[in-house]
Write a protein that binds this ligand. Structure first.
Ligand code: BES
Ligand code: MG
Ligand code: ZN
Length: 491
């Protein structure tokens, strides 16, 4: 979809869309039209009454500038949020596609949000993301995406907002498109190649560490988990260096288990296919790094992706094994299905040692317990630094990627103490599973401000428990991409 801006609503267009507030009798920003059109609009306004998400199309006969007018309900003025606009704009874009239109136009109401630049970002995000569909492996492809013209006055601030929102949406779509790939088509090597490609395009430094280097350099977690699979593990690093030379970078780490069978502690068969999404954290980092480098943000950001396939087999690691992590601590393996924390511990320690970062943020589909605690619409955040949590929470309010903090006190750290090694890779029974997993991660780093996002419940749509949004069609959601891009832009 191409996105343009135009100052006049009196342009030639296949579909002219205007927003309507609940209980109001006008279309926001619509210029004067002839009396016949006015009366059909008024009739439709009465019927739809601006109810949230309600769309009504009015055909305009004759050689008019607009072939159709679409009234889009926004609901009550006081209830409008960023997500309302994303939601409605997404519905509009999908409707235009269903009608097989080449293009459509949306009038930005001058009044309904005080910051119209922000609402333009939501219109772009909502429309773009709603037109993405995973059809790579289907003979019958989804219809071509229509182009969109945003009708709003000309200003450099607005053009910039459109550009940024396009790139942010593209980042999220990139994340979804990789995360949706099936595990036979997406191995650690495939992910490394994606990283190399975006790095080459956008001038990032990209390094990939493979076996036997991983083992030689002491990445005991990645090596142990990766052993059971023919598809070798990779540690992928991308560096975006566009800030002052001596400015400490933000390090982003993402779990990328391209398929999680559970290993020797094999998972039950039910829904095991969904474990292709166990690479979503790593895909989030890929999407963020793509946009960060495209937008040339004036900061230093490093993306680190430990990637493995967790398989059972003759070579696989076992319950009872004791391994040595990158930071030198030993870990007793009590369940090979708790693999994410092992590869992340290596990557976190490596990130801290190699880059002395200002902050580390990690993303991981880490625990089923997170879904029990928070469901499928809110991610868990666990951190060692209040300010960092506060900043991410602020961004989360802007992007509507909801998070909720869980505590991480010494008592939880004590729960991962092992009898035979420094730590063990599970807690005590099922108690506080999301926090004991986070405790394992915390033990990997020293004192760098760090925040962990457990995205197990939100990284892909999980049936009726996931709130239905046009911009999150079935499959991976790209959760975290818009969130952290907002955080990075505010730095
Ligand atoms: N990838 C899973 C977590 C997961 C499960 C995410 C279901 C989304 C949906 C992770 O590797 C795992 O298996 N965790 C175990 C940990 C347990 C063995 C301590 C879990 O949550 O059951
Ligand atoms: Mg597992
Ligand atoms: Zn996993």
């Amino acid at each position: 979809m191409k996105i343009k801006r135009d100052s006049s609503a009196k342009r030639k267009t296949e579909l002219l869309c205007g927003f309507v507030l609940e209980d109001s009798n006008k279309v926001l920003g619509l210029p004067k039209v002839d009396s016949k059109t006015t009366s059909s609009i008024n009739q439709s306004l009465k019927d739809m009454n601006g109810k949230l998400g309600k769309l009504t199309i009015i055909p305009i006969p004759g050689k008019k500038q607009a072939q159709r007018i679409l009234l889009a309900g926004l609901g009550k003025k006081e209830n409008i949020t960023n997500d309302t606009i994303r939601f409605v704009s997404g519905k509009i874009a999908q409707t235009a596609r269903e009608l097989k239109l080449k293009e459509f136009s949306i009038i930005v109401p001058p009044t309904f949000v005080n910051d119209s630049v922000s609402s333009i970002s939501q219109i772009v995000e909502g429309a773009k993301m709603s037109l993405y569909k995973f059809d790579k492996f289907k003979a019958e492809k989804v219809d071509k995406s229509p182009d969109m013209t945003i009708i709003v006055s000309k200003s450099s601030k607005i053009s910039k907002a459109i550009k940024i929102a396009e790139s942010v949406a593209d980042g999220a779509i990139f994340t979804k498109s990789i995360a949706n790939l099936p595990p036979n088509e997406c191995t650690p090597t495939t992910l490394a190649n994606f990283a190399k490609n975006i790095s080459k395009k956008n001038k990032m430094k990209c390094t990939v560490i493979s076996q036997p280097e991983l083992k030689k350099k002491g990445f005991g977690g990645i090596t142990a988990v990766g052993k059971g699979s023919k598809n070798e593990p990779k540690l992928i690093t991308m560096e975006h260096n566009n800030g002052p030379k001596n400015q400490k970078p933000i390090v982003l780490v993402g779990k990328a288990v391209t398929f999680d069978t559970g290993g020797i502690s094999l998972k039950p068969g039910q829904s095991m296919d969904e474990m292709k999404f166990d690479k979503c954290g790593g895909c989030t980092v890929l999407g963020i790094m793509k946009s960060v480098s495209e937008l040339k943000l004036p900061i230093n950001v490093v993306g680190i992706i430990p990637s493995v396939e967790n398989m059972p087999g003759g070579e696989a690691y076992r319950p009872g094994d004791i391994i040595k992590l990158y930071n030198g601590k030993t870990a007793e393996i009590l369940n090979t299905d708790a693999e994410g924390r092992l590869i992340l511990a290596d990557a976190l320690a490596y990130g801290e040692k190699q880059y002395s970062p200002k902050a580390i943020i990690d993303f991981a589909t880490l625990t089923g317990a997170c879904i029990i605690a928070l469901g499928n619409n809110v991610a868990a955040i666990v951190s060692n630094n209040e300010q960092l949590t506060e900043k991410i929470t602020t961004s989360s309010k802007t992007t509507t990627e909801e998070i909720w903090e869980l505590p991480l006190t010494q008592d939880y750290m004590d729960m991962i103490k092992s009898d035979v090694a420094d730590i063990k890779n599970i807690g005590i029974g099922r108690a506080a599973g999301t926090i004991t997993a986070a405790a394992f991660l915390k033990s990997a780093i020293k004192d760098t401000p760090w925040a962990h996002l457990d995205i197990a419940g939100v990284a892909w749509t999980q049936g009726a428990a996931t709130k239905d949004k046009p911009y999150n069609p079935k499959g991976a959601t790209g959760f975290g991409v818009r969130l952290i891009l907002d955080y990075l832009q505010k730095l």
